[in-house]
Design a binder for this molecule. Structure first.
Ligand code: GLN
Length: 321
């Protein structure tokens, strides 16, 4: 589909020219060093075709996007029992907020805010030591992508271990409520290493294929999760994937998406495409500023919004408002 390649290239050119690029997440030491001028984009469609442009082959820290994969693994381990320890509601608060935990008895609102992902990491540690849990997580992601070269950036993880005091507070607070079972250092070590997963846009888009394809990895034909579970993960991405900007992301993009403070966004057009964008500058809510703008453009051209009447097929030509 030459048209889609053209659209992706046009979007990348537009984003390259943008002067307002947001702010790098400098609270994680290694992320502060990333060049804000970078921009990459990759789209993988249901037929397996790939459309890439810009810095699509540069690896970046996926950060909170990893929460999609750790949630998928935790659901595979404990199933719906997970929902006794983590909610399924948008929080309306920042990704690292602690305020709701007191009134809600240490049960995080959803698995995509930090508190929720820390509980998910605790679940993954129930049967393993951190080293094994991290290795298993990496194996899972490598399988999704079909790429054994994917690694975790240990420098990034170490930087967060040294400076992630808010996460330490969240984990200890939940431990006090009995919702973190393992020692806090082990849980956070696992969580930080998941966040420090390094991938490029193409790899990230490939990793998201199972969510595009009803739970099946189209490359292997193997089921990763049931179709119902894939739908539910997508529902959580739509409602909670951009923290207190999730409503706004649904409003302007209309796709389930998950952001990370590394500047990446994974967005899924169910049945049509898995999309990854990367631009390190963030908006005030910690989501990639240009990443979101790029997705807005893409959806306007393709009609991939989940709210599009009879949507799905790529429609090019005059862009719609
Ligand atoms: N590792 C980051 C943190 O815990 C993840 C945050 C994010 O990507 N929103 O602060």
């Amino acid at each position: 589909m030459a048209d889609l390649q053209h659209i992706v290239e046009e979007i990348v050119a537009e984003m390259a020219a943008a002067t307002e690029r947001g702010r790098i997440a400098d609270y994680i030491p290694d992320l502060a060093k990333v060049d804000p001028a970078r921009f990459g984009m990759a789209v993988v469609d249901a037929e397996g075709r790939e459309y890439v442009a810009g810095d699509h082959a540069t690896r970046f820290s996926v950060q909170s996007i990893a929460k999609v994969f750790s949630l998928t693994m935790a659901l595979g381990m404990v199933g719906d029992a997970l929902w006794r320890r983590v909610g399924r509601e948008p929080s309306g608060t920042a990704f690292n907020s602690i305020v709701q935990l007191e009134t809600e008895h240490g049960i995080p609102r959803n698995p995509f805010i930090n508190a929720g992902a820390i509980v998910v990491a605790d679940v993954l540690l129930a049967r393993h030591e951190p080293r094994e849990a991290i290795a298993e997580f990496l194996r899972f992601v490598r399988q999704l992508v079909g790429d054994a070269t994917i690694v975790i950036d240990h420098e990034v993880a170490r930087g967060e271990e040294a400076t992630g005091f808010r996460n330490v507070a969240l984990a200890n607070y939940m431990r006090a409520f009995g919702n973190v079972h393992q020692p806090v250092e082990k849980v956070l070590g696992t969580y930080f290493h998941q966040c420090a997963l390094a991938m490029d846009c193409r790899q990230l888009a490939l990793a998201g294929r199972y969510l595009m394809a009803g739970g099946v990895n189209p490359a292997t034909g193997r089921s990763v999760v049931t179709a119902q579970r894939a739908r539910r993960i997508l529902a959580l991405m739509l409602t909670c994937g951009h923290y207190d900007a999730s409503g706004d992301f649904a409003f302007s993009v209309g796709l389930p998406g998950k952001s990370g403070v590394g500047g990446g966004i994974l967005a899924i057009a169910p049945g049509s495409a898995s999309i990854a964008v990367w631009s390190p500058g963030l908006d005030s809510k910690g989501n990639s500023l240009l990443g979101r703008r790029a997705l807005e453009r893409l959806v306007r051209h393709t009609g991939w919004s989940v709210f599009e009447a009879g949507g799905g097929p790529l429609r090019t030509g005059a862009s719609r408002g």
